[in-house]
Design a binder for this molecule. Structure first.
Ligand SMILES: *Cc1c(COP(=O)(O)O)cnc(C)c1O
Length: 387
């Protein structure tokens, strides 16, 4: 499926299932080989006619996986990194000292920490704001000075929703770019670039790979512009490219992305509904629930589902929440998210002092198991914790 017309005919789900048709040209194997070479023969006239020179800037297996990711995000190009953090921090490092950045108060904890420490030391002026509040974002953006607005939606671990289209218009009117961490939404449900974002980031470690066996990050861009070139230079100079074996595993995971994400999200929606009526649960945070403050915006910008992530606030406070996590038999007590197996985590004790995460909160990453098993296990753990 190398010719562009054919690619345009098929849906994104179809193209991903075929990894966009990459095959092994020598054997005609339907799975492309893993390209491991770190160096490439130079032509007698001193040129590199293949376009490959060395393994740090570029790799063919990485390129094939990037092509699928760019297709899924409706992006002009995608770039793979050695982790989600490497991808996200490259967007900020490509800015200049003195640049003003607006980012969410509620966001992935490690990136928020990095913004408040390293990014500040390096000269970025970082302002955190409640990005689910349009007026607060409008006030935080300084026309001409703000160079980047960063969103995460739905955002860890409260699953608050930011309005990508409205904030993209606002950022652009002020001369700023918009970056979106879309790890939780996945390209199955939201394509931020089609809503006006300039760059989209994923921890591919999570649902994109989906099997809890690869650490990877990706950026996808609306345009191959000067900012994109600076990011590519950073990746090359820092040696932050993803390894070929990881790129291959990620490509394999992407073939089933659509099925996995829809199944896990159906489970999350069903659990959110049932837990909302549970006597030991004080609140359920899930954008698919009509009373969630971001529900209307989520319903507009998430097409077909509200993600595999939800949180519950357990009655009885921190001790009951920790006891509930201790009592599960099927759910795995572990950090991370987006795998085929369901994970449960007491988030406040991971994030430490200063976290906006309530101490009675458990973060649930729904997998693809039978939802009856998932609910029964939570139900017995909640009952035991409230003995
Ligand atoms: C995990 C995660 C990251 C960081 O990704 P790593 O691959 O762990 O570096 C960033 N954003 C979100 C929303 C995440 O869940």
């Amino acid at each position: 499926m190398t010719d562009a017309n054919r690619s345009n005919r098929w849906s994104r789900r179809t193209l991903a299932a075929h990894a966009m048709g990459a095959i092994d040209p020598t054997t005609k194997g339907v799975v492309a080989p893993i390209h491991v070479a770190t160096t490439f023969l130079r032509d007698p006239d001193n040129q590199y006619s293949s376009g490959f020179v060395y393994g740090r800037p570029d790799n063919q297996t990485v390129r094939e996986t990037e092509a699928v990711l760019a297709m899924l995000e409706e992006a002009e190009a995608a770039m793979l990194f050695s982790s989600g953090m490497a991808a996200a921090t490259s967007v900020f490092m490509a800015l200049a000292p003195g640049d003003h950045v607006v980012a969410p108060t509620v966001m992935y904890w490690a990136l928020r920490n990095w913004l408040m420490t390293y990014a500040k030391d390096w000269g970025l002026v970082v302002e955190l704001v409640d990005t689910s509040d349009i007026e607060a974002v409008r006030k935080a953006i300084v026309p001409g000075r703000t160079k980047l607005v960063w969103l995460e939606t739905p955002s860890n671990p409260l699953w608050s929703i930011a309005d990508i289209r409205a904030i993209a218009d606002m950022a652009h009117a002020a001369g700023a770019r918009l970056g979106v961490d879309s790890t939780v939404a996945t390209p199955v449900f939201t394509r931020p670039l089609t809503l006006g974002a300039d760059i989209v980031m994923h921890a591919a470690t999570k649902a994109l790979n989906g099997h809890s066996d690869v650490v990877a990050g990706v950026l996808a861009t609306a345009r191959k512009d000067a900012a994109w070139d600076r990011i590519a230079t950073l990746r090359k100079n820092f040696g932050a490219i993803l390894g070929p074996f990881e790129a291959f595993l990620l490509l394999r995971g992407l073939r089933t992305l659509d099925l996995r994400v829809r199944a896990a999200s159906r489970n999350a929606a069903e659990l959110a509904e049932r837990l909302s009526n549970h006597r030991h649960v004080a609140a359920v945070l899930y954008p698919g629930l009509p009373h969630h403050p971001g529900h209307d915006v989520a319903a507009r910008q998430m097409e077909g589902g509200f993600s595999h992530m939800l949180s519950i606030r357990v009655r009885g406070g921190e001790a009951s929440a920790v006891a509930t996590a201790a009592g599960v038999q099927l759910w795995k007590r572990a950090t991370s998210l987006g795998g085929v197996e369901s994970l449960i985590e007491h988030r406040a004790s991971i994030e430490g002092p200063g976290t906006p995460c309530p101490v009675d909160l458990l973060r649930l990453s729904a997998g693809i198991e039978d939802v009856e098993d998932l609910f029964a296990d939570l139900d017995q753990a909640l009952a035991r914790a409230h003995g």
